[in-house]
Design a protein around this ligand. Structure first.
Ligand code: SF4
Length: 248
């Protein structure tokens, strides 16, 4: 689906595989489990027999042509977590094979973003598959929500050579990234929807200052909702910076 919101960092997503289960506090109001999965099930886009706690592979989407049609910044497996331990390693490699093939067939090559909370599994697979570093079209992103998840997951991200992204969403507490930089991009967002948990602008300011001191691109997705419209302004401006070569 093409993404037109200014708060979205992606141009498109590609979901040949779906599935996940809650993993940490950031998953409490999971957009996929509580929103996308029941909605798509109601529409009949997910087979009746597939349960919420299972992964499912869409054979028709697990194909180069279905990815080749997508441009810009493409989220690879947004409906769940590709590195969930229920997803067989063989399937993860099949997804990466398709990304590699699609990238080599494009005249203007998109940027493909992988992301996960299971940072160790992602780092193990990517460092083995790409020992010299990620290809330029591929980025690895790790989601964190507080200092504990930052300290647990970001050393794993550091093991990967190439474009690395820290996604702080939903931001649930103060965080310092001082032991975890540099990376190539930092993105921050609050939780959204009814029951969204609080984000403090001071937490976001601190991250912005750490990131900008290192000259790293910084993006704010949203800082809460006001009358159903997301709030994105911090200290008088929007923060919409992308890494070099990333174009929506
Ligand atoms: S890891 Fe992501 S997709 Fe999985 S339960 Fe948590 S928020 Fe949802």
């Amino acid at each position: 689906m093409a993404k037109t919101n200014a708060s979205d960092i992606l141009t498109a997503d590609w979901n040949p595989i779906i599935g996940c289960e809650r993993y940490s506090d950031g998953c409490k109001n999971c957009w996929y489990l509580d929103g996308i999965f029941p909605w798509q099930k109601r529409l009949g886009r997910i087979p009746e027999e597939v349960e919420k706690n299972e992964h499912h592979v869409f054979a028709t989407r697990l194909d180069v042509e279905s990815l080749r049609a997508k441009n810009g910044i493409v989220g690879v497996v947004q409906h769940g977590d590709l590195f969930w331990d229920q997803v067989p390693e063989m399937i993860i490699h099949k997804v990466l094979d398709i990304v590699d093939t699609a990238a080599n067939k494009k005249r203007v090559v998109p940027k493909y973003i992988l992301w996960t909370k299971r940072a160790e599994r992602m780092a193990n697979i990517l460092t083995q598959r790409y020992p010299e570093g990620l290809p330029a079209y591929l980025a690895a992103s790790v989601s964190i929500e507080n200092q504990q998840t930052a300290n647990e997951r970001l050393p794993q991200l550091k093991r990967i050579k190439g474009i690395r992204i820290i996604m702080i969403e939903p931001m649930l507490g103060p965080i310092t990234l001082k032991n975890h930089l540099p990376v190539e991009w930092v993105v921050v967002g609050s939780e959204t929807g009814s029951g969204a948990r609080h984000i403090s602008l001071d937490w976001v300011r601190k991250i912005r200052d750490e990131v900008k001191t290192k000259d790293i691109p910084f993006f704010i997705k949203q800082l809460g909702n006001h009358h159903k419209k997301s709030v994105r302004i911090l200290d008088g401006r929007e923060w919409n910076e992308f890494p070099q070569g990333f174009k929506k």
